[in-house]
Every structure is written in structure tokens, then in C-alpha cells.
Ligand binder design. Structure first.
Ligand SMILES: NC(=O)c1ccc[n+]([C@@H]2O[C@H](COP(=O)([O-])OP(=O)(O)OC[C@H]3O[C@@H](n4cnc5c(N)ncnc54)[C@H](OP(=O)(O)O)[C@@H]3O)[C@@H](O)[C@H]2O)c1
Length: 293
């Protein structure tokens, strides 16, 4: 079986030459507790990243505010010089306080400095895709206008330092506004089996060929727990986390996964979910998880 089939097929970001497998990897878990400071076992993080690439994964999601800086430094240590086909996606729009607080910041200074931090720590001249992280954690802030910050990213794109732009924590109206400034190739919002607020957006973006990349696919800081999920997993001889990932892959062909882990065993488990096909009966049972939530 080719990697394409092993990793849930491929997707090309719209209007770009960037093609990735639908099973990717999110690097946030490689920093220390609460995504702040160094990890407990840096060598293990390096091993996880090298296994990610060895398995054929070519979509890596990161940010320089993970650590801060540390996750990107570990990526550099583990993978530089990067495989030619590796698509690195980062995000801008926040910085960290001295005690690890997440400080939302869309000022031109923060966006520009943040981009340069990414380029320096990853040793890159340009980032493949940069997501503009809009205010609101795990949901959009209604009424927020992303256009001024998009204009800053578009300026950095014109300088050749950002190849393509995506959005995070946005609703349909904010995507429309952002697209007045520059093309958008992906949207990264919180979405999983239990958090279905974006159901309509997932469909709408699929129709337009824009990637929907759910963060917290496994529940993030509060891993998914559900009797329905456990039952389906048991009936298929899979783990609940594999079922949660397979469910996302079957939601839309334009949905890309970036589950995060610092554990090699969890990584293998997550990668194997790309080969799991959920029957209709399982999908019906799993629908009840979203309804209950
Ligand atoms: N745009 C944004 O604002 C935003 C926000 C958050 C995250 N993100 C991106 O989205 C990516 C994914 O999100 P996430 O890492 O926060 O959440 P996630 O993938 O839903 O879950 C990660 C958590 O699940 C655990 N886990 C992973 N695989 C597991 C398995 N097979 N069995 C049991 N537990 C497992 C991890 O712990 P272990 O390390 O112990 O496996 C970790 O605690 C991040 O890496 C980041 O790149 C973006």
C-alpha cells in the first residue's frame, strides 16, 4: 500500500502547488506542560518528529509561540534540512507572557516579529502557510474584523516571506472579509466528534476546496470521553482515539488532520487511524456523541 493510501489520500491547497497527505501532525504537544517551557524528554520529541517524517507525513503544524520558540527549535534539530515535500504551517497572532499566559496580539509588530521568529528558529526563508490566529479560544469572536491583520500578512506575503495564508478561530463572515484582502487556503478551528459547531462550515469550505484543519481533533487538553465512542471502538477492534480521527476523515475529503502527541506509541496509533473505515452503523452511533455534547 502506498503512503497515500496509508495516510488517508492527498489534498492540494487551493491555488497552490502544496500537496499533502490528509494525515498530518501537530507539534504543539512537543513543548513542556501547558505548551510552556521545555519538554520533559527532548530526545523523545526528536524521535517522534523523525518517525512522523519516516511514516510519510508531509504536513507539520507548528507555531513559534509553542514553548515559546522551543517547539520550532526541536523541529529544526530533528528535521533540518527538511524533506522537499514537507509543508510547514505556522500561525501568528499571539505571544506568551512570562508565566506562560497566551496574549492575543494582532499588532503589525507582533505579527512581523512573530514571522521573523519562525523563520529564524526553523531556518527558513519563507513559511509555506501562515494561519492568522484570530481572537477567541476554540471559537470565533463574532464581529471581529480580520482585514487589518490580514493586510499585514499580505504585505509579508508580497515580500516572499509567507507563501500562503490561512485563518484560525474564524466564522464564515470573517473568512469572507479576509478574502477581500488575500486568498485563504485553509481554516483551522476547534472541531471534533463532541464539538460540532462548525458542521456547516466544514461543508461550505469543502465545496470551495479550502482545507478545513480541525485543532483539538482528540479533544485537546480535555481528551474525548464517550461511551458511544468506546462501544464503536470495541466493535471495530480499534481505540477510541482512532475512531475519533477516522470519523473526522470521513466527515469531508477536504478535511486534514493534525493530531498532536509527544508519544511514539500514540503517534503509531494515530497514524493507523488513517486506514480505519467506519461503517454507516458506527457513524450513526457516533452522531449521538455530538448531540449529547
Ligand atoms: N489554531 C489554534 O489556535 C490551535 C490551537 C490548538 C492546537 N492547534 C494545533 O492543533 C494540533 C492538534 O491539537 P492538540 O495537540 O492540542 O490536540 P489533540 O490532537 O486533540 O490532542 C492532543 C492530546 O491528546 C493526547 N493524545 C494524542 N494521541 C493520543 C492517543 N492515541 N491516545 C491517547 N491520547 C492521545 C496527547 O497526549 P500525549 O502527548 O500523551 O499523546 C495530548 O494530550 C496542535 O498540535 C497544534 O499544532 C492549533
Amino acid at each position: 500500500m502506498s503512503n497515500g493510501e496509508n495516510l488517508a489520500g492527498q489534498f492540494t491547497f487551493p491555488g497552490t502547488e502544496l500537496k499533502v497527505h490528509r494525515m498530518g501532525f501537530g507539534a504543539m504537544q512537543l513543548a513542556g506542560p501547558h505548551v510552556f517551557g521545555p519538554p520533559r524528554d527532548r530526545a523523545a520529541c526528536v524521535r517522534v518528529l523523525r518517525r512522523v517524517i519516516e511514516a510519510g507525513v508531509d504536513h507539520l503544524d507548528t507555531s513559534d509561540f509553542y514553548g515559546p520558540h522551543i517547539t520550532n527549535q526541536i523541529i529544526h534539530e530533528a528535521l533540518h534540512p527538511y524533506p522537499k515535500n514537507l509543508v510547514i504551517v505556522s500561525k501568528l497572532g499571539a505571544r506568551r507572557g512570562a508565566a506562560g499566559e497566551w496574549i492575543h496580539d494582532l499588532t503589525p509588530e507582533c505579527l512581523t516579529n512573530g514571522l521573523h521568529d519562525n523563520l529564524r528558529h526553523l531556518s527558513l526563508d519563507a513559511i509555506d502557510i501562515v494561519n492568522l490566529r484570530c481572537p477567541g479560544f476554540a471559537s470565533a469572536t463574532p464581529g471581529f474584523d480580520p482585514r487589518p491583520a490580514m493586510a499585514v500578512l499580505a504585505g509579508l506575503q508580497q515580500q516572499g516571506k509567507i507563501k500562503h495564508i490561512g485563518l484560525s478561530n474564524v466564522d464564515a463572515e470573517q473568512i469572507r472579509l479576509a478574502e477581500e484582502v488575500a486568498p485563504v487556503v485553509c481554516v483551522q478551528n476547534a472541531y471534533n466528534l463532541a464539538n460540532r459547531a462548525d458542521d456547516a462550515l466544514v461543508q461550505a469550505l469543502a465545496t470551495r476546496g479550502i482545507a478545513y484543519v480541525p485543532f483539538f481533533p482528540l479533544g485537546g487538553f480535555t481528551p474525548l470521553q464517550s461511551t458511544h465512542l468506546n462501544e464503536v471502538a470495541e466493535s471495530l477492534g480499534a481505540t477510541p482515539m482512532q475512531v475519533a480521527l477516522a470519523w473526522l476523515l470521513q466527515r469531508s475529503p477536504k478535511l486534514l488532520l493534525i493530531p498532536g502527541t509527544s508519544s511514539l506509541a500514540h503517534l503509531e496509533e494515530n497514524l493507523a487511524a488513517a486506514r480505519l473505515r467506519l461503517p454507516e452503523s458506527a457513524l450513526r452511533t457516533l452522531d449521538a456523541v455530538g448531540s449529547a455534547a
